[in-house]
Design a protein around this ligand. Sequence first.
Ligand code: SAM
Length: 260
Amino acid sequence: MAAHQARKRFGQNFLVDAGVIDAIVRAIDPGRADCMIEIGPGLSALTAPLLQRLDRLTVIEIDRDLAARLRTQYPGDRLRVVEGDALEVDFESFGERLRIVGNLPYNISTPLLFALMRFADCVADQHFMLQREVVDRMVAAPGSSDYSRLSVMLQLRYGMRKLFDVAPESFDPPPRVVSAIVRMVPLGPERLQPLNADFFEKVVQRAFSQRRKMLRGVMGDWVRAIPWDELGIEPTWRAEQVSAPAFVALADALFRAGVR
Ligand code: SAM
């Protein structure tokens, strides 16, 4: 088969380190009947060992040449190739208890994490390779410089754990940054939920829009409607000091006060 020239616009950095590939597949720990979806299979670095342990696998690949290659490499009853943009896929159509995996294209990783949140009810778990810096932000605790809008939004929806780092030399071509593997398990219906999800997102976005600024400066015309004492939040705090549950309490208080 002809060699494939890595395409930068699709974030193509192919895994080539057998030890790392093995460690990722062991962390995922596929069971034969799992309903697994791989985003961005590329040249099958993960696809091949996953298929050895699964009856069937669905992959989503945007690169037409790579999708065609996969179709010739594997029988259609074992590997279903969906050619398209993972950002636009309706994951619900794949079924329930989905196990989603992927060495994600870094250029779309944050929008993809947000897009997948919409399907969290039909997901059992997600294992992703991302830039280490993104994983650090996902799992960051309040008070740390990595704590951000991404941390708050994802921590309310998933239990998350950083598993291990992966060095640039494990890829061809090597990316400029260190990568890391993260495990994400959606939280159940008993999780803390804001009264209004869209308004909650707006509040978190505004609070982090100027993360160096105090809340009393950044929250604008909402400041007077915030019951600071009741919430146990100081107007002089910055967004990075507010825990995810405290953000829910803050957004709910504003929502109840009629702020939109
Ligand atoms: N899984 C392979 C590996 O580990 O070597 C390839 C990983 S490479 C970092 C990312 C893969 O995602 C590429 O195959 C790329 O073509 C594909 N890709 C990029 N953007 C995509 C998108 N929006 N939807 C689906 N696949 C995409």
